[in-house]
Design a protein around this ligand. Structure first.
Ligand code: ADP
Ligand code: NA
Length: 331
């Protein structure tokens, strides 16, 4: 049996979105104190697509600042960036030799990201889910809080652990559980309700950034695409109305409430009432975090110090697990 342990991460590849906050960071904070928690800034994953070096360094600190500002405590959680713990890349290579090409070919996120250009993307983008398995299993993590877009990758992590265990006749790696819960595991784009809100989306109007100011947040929600109908009396009335459902889910997640309770409070309300209420709530929740983020970003040396301390603690867990893996493999 394995000690309950949480691992998750965010790519430093552009500004943090409300999707990252509700689908990941806020839930990371919720798990802190319940079990051992390890949260990473996954810079090795970021370079699967081109990153300007200075922007990468800045984005790495920004994700770390987002973690800290939202309430992750570096004395309770281990906070670090992936490139500083060599075991991620080392175990990633072992897993490249465990995972099958056919498994990678079934990854829908790779197909989405590579599009029609699959011959021209980096080999790293293709192997990304194998490195993600290494991130998780390097700590024998038992639980991985993620958004729905990462579900298939966590399933692949389970397949890699099971195949390694089977091939080497061991029970060395845990079969990790994805934790995908709450109303905001898939926050949708505000302009196109069929796509998730993402850092790498085309237009800034389609996402709320964690660092947007109050006027920008109000403007983006005001312009968010919706149907014209008012909010219904029950949640069932939102079936087939994905844009409306998305805004209700965002409200519920920000308010630590449920979509049912939001509908009960706003039944019959038009968008002229609901959207400003949602914007006010988002500003109330995000403004203190964004203020703290900018304070932290003015002291990059302090962020770097916290990340370096976290990396030292991460190595203490990772190194013995990597050493045992090497022994099992025959190195
Ligand atoms: P992005 O997709 O914005 O580049 P990452 O790939 O770094 O973000 O994802 C970091 C975490 O944030 C993952 O757990 C992912 O599932 C979660 N996440 C990203 N976008 C969303 C979203 N729109 N809704 C819910 N969770 C999300
Ligand atoms: Na993602």
């Amino acid at each position: 049996t394995f000690t309950p342990r949480v691992f998750s991460g965010i790519k430093p590849s552009g500004g943090l979105t409300l999707g990252n906050y509700l689908g990941a960071i806020k839930r990371f904070v919720g798990m802190q104190g319940e079990m051992e928690t390890i949260y990473c800034v996954v810079d090795l994953h970021a370079i699967t697509v081109w990153q300007d070096p200075a922007e990468l360094a800045n984005a790495t600190r920004e994700v770390a600042a987002g973690y800290l500002a939202a309430g992750l405590d570096p004395t309770q959680s281990i906070l670090f960036n992936q490139s500083q713990v060599a075991g991620h890349a080392e175990l990633g290579w072992v897993f490249n030799c465990v995972a099958r090409v056919g498994w990678m070919n079934r990854m829908t996120q790779f197909k989405d990201k590579a599009g029609t250009n699959a011959e021209k993307v980096s080999l790293g983008l293709y192997a990304y889910p194998s490195l993600m398995a290494a991130d998780i299993l390097l700590y024998h993590a038992t639980h991985v809080p993620v958004g729905e877009d990462q579900k298939q990758h966590v399933e692949l992590t389970r397949d890699i652990a099971a195949k390694f265990n089977h091939d080497f006749g061991t029970a060395f790696f845990p079969i990790t559980e994805p934790v995908i819960d709450g109303p905001a595991t898939r926050v949708m784009n505000l302009r196109d309700g069929t796509r998730k809100m993402s850092k790498s989306g085309e237009s800034d109007m389609e996402r709320i950034n964690m660092t947007d100011d109050a006027d920008t947040i109000a403007k983006k929600f005001k312009k968010a695409k919706t149907d014209p109908a008012a909010l219904p009396d029950t949640l069932d009335g939102l079936a087939g109305r994905p844009e409306a459902r998305n805004l209700v889910d965002i409200y519920a997640a920000l308010d630590d409430s449920t979509p049912e309770a939001v509908i009960a409070a706003y039944q019959g309300a038009g968008w002229g009432r609901f959207k400003p209420a949602l914007a006010d709530l988002a500003v109330a929740k995000l403004a203190p975090i964004s203020q703290e983020m900018s304070r932290l970003m003015n002291d990059p040396a302090e962020i770097d110090r916290i990340l370096a301390q976290g990396a030292a603690r991460a190595r203490q867990i990772a190194e013995p697990i990597l050493k045992q893996t090497y022994d099992i493999v025959g190195f």
